[in-house]
Write a protein that binds this ligand. Structure first.
Ligand code: ADP
Ligand code: F6P
Length: 333
């Protein structure tokens, strides 16, 4: 029977991480397992920033954004020496299993620890929703709500001034936020890394809308979108500015660009994320209690399940193209 586990939040933070930490601690307490918290991700693990957590340590955090355990990225942890130091610190603290709350990079780090004898379970938490074998990651729903609230506000002013607005959302390699927010927010065009899109098609959509009497347009662009925008606009870094310049030049319409940035990572987790994090946290502890290591908790068709971490990371998260087609169909008249 496992007696002591650790919990760490790592990589980009996501709303709902605190609710997951709380669920881990309180589930463990319920079964007589003590929990150590590792501060600042793998960076803190190497520096031995390990503290005992009690059920009271997570009072009043279920609804708080960010992570009380802090997060960080660590280059040192990707080295053999860094990982050995991390394992030594975990062993000296008596930690027999570790719950890693984070994204795919954090899970790769978890697998490295597992290969050195530490039991690992991953809980997917990233606003990007780019982890395979789970319908949703913790934080995605909250970020989506933040983005759609912003798009709704932008729509008010876009309509008043009859302008084209380009809204850039997060998603380094993933178009999930752009796709779902574009559908919910009625965007006229959605540009995501997974779907090649000719910018002239975007221009044609705007012009067709104008002919139908719609003098404003909203284009949602994922930060990872990389369309071929021609040499004249390649110099500007952000895809939103590149798309904005292209559209303005080709259509002559007044165009504005908004980059939502890190606002998408903050705020209180949505009810959906609070519930998801609570369910996933409980499942992670149960897996460790069953002596299972190398698993990731996921949610499929509203069922919480477990899938091999190595298998999950080898898969590609698919975008549901029907969402893409639906969004464009619904906004084209
Ligand atoms: P996320 O978990 O959100 O994807 P990162 O990709 O930044 O975030 O990963 C978080 C940390 O996990 C990194 O700073 C690094 O210390 C560790 N990590 C990432 N990839 C690996 C890897 N292939 N092997 C070992 N550790 C890794
Ligand atoms: O959490 C994922 C993510 O939001 C990506 O979409 C984005 O590119 C990245 O994190 C930015 O993170 P940071 O500014 O912390 O490096």
């Amino acid at each position: 029977m496992i007696r002591r586990i650790g919990v760490v939040t790592s990589g980009g933070d996501a709303p709902g991480m605190n609710a997951a930490v709380r669920a881990v601690i309180r589930t463990a307490e319920n079964y007589g397992i003590s929990v150590m918290g590792i501060m600042r991700g793998y960076h803190g693990l190497i520096r031995n920033e390990i503290f005992e957590l009690t059920p009271r340590s997570v009072a009043d955090v279920i609804h708080r954004g960010g992570t009380i355990l802090k997060s960080a990225r660590s280059k040192q942890f990707t080295t053999e020496a860094g990982q050995e130091k991390a394992v030594k610190n975990l062993q000296e603290a008596g930690i027999e299993g570790l719950v890693v709350i984070g994204g795919d990079g954090s899970f790769q780090g978890g697998l490295a620890l597992q290969s050195k004898g530490i039991k690992i379970v991953g809980i997917p938490a990233t606003i990007d929703n780019d982890i395979p074998c789970t319908d949703f990651t913790i934080g995605f729903d909250t970020a989506l709500n933040t983005v759609v609230e912003a798009i709704n506000k932008i729509r008010d002013t876009a309509t008043s001034h009859e302008r084209v607005y380009v809204v850039e959302v997060m998603g380094r390699n993933s178009g999930y936020i752009a796709l779902y927010a574009g559908l919910a927010g009625g965007a006229e065009s959605i540009l995501i890394p997974e779907v090649p899109m000719d910018l002239d098609d975007v221009v044609a959509r705007i012009e067709r809308s104008y002919e139908l009497g719609k003098a404003h347009s909203i284009i949602v662009v994922a930060e990872g979108f990389n369309g071929d925008l021609g040499p004249e606009v390649q110099s500007e870094q952000s895809p939103a500015f590149r798309v904005g310049s292209y559209v303005k030049e080709r259509t002559g319409f007044e165009t504005r660009v908004t980059i939502l940035g890190h606002i998408q990572r903050g705020g209180s987790p949505s009810v959906f994320d609070q519930i998801l994090a609570s369910r996933m946290g409980e499942k992670a502890v149960r897996l460790l209690m069953q002596d299972k290591s190398g698993y990731m908790v996921g949610i499929t068709n509203n069922e919480i399940n477990a899938v091999g971490l190595e298998y999950a990371l080898a898969q590609e998260k698919q975008i549901d193209l029907s969402f893409y087609e639906l969004a464009h169909m619904l906004s084209s008249s």
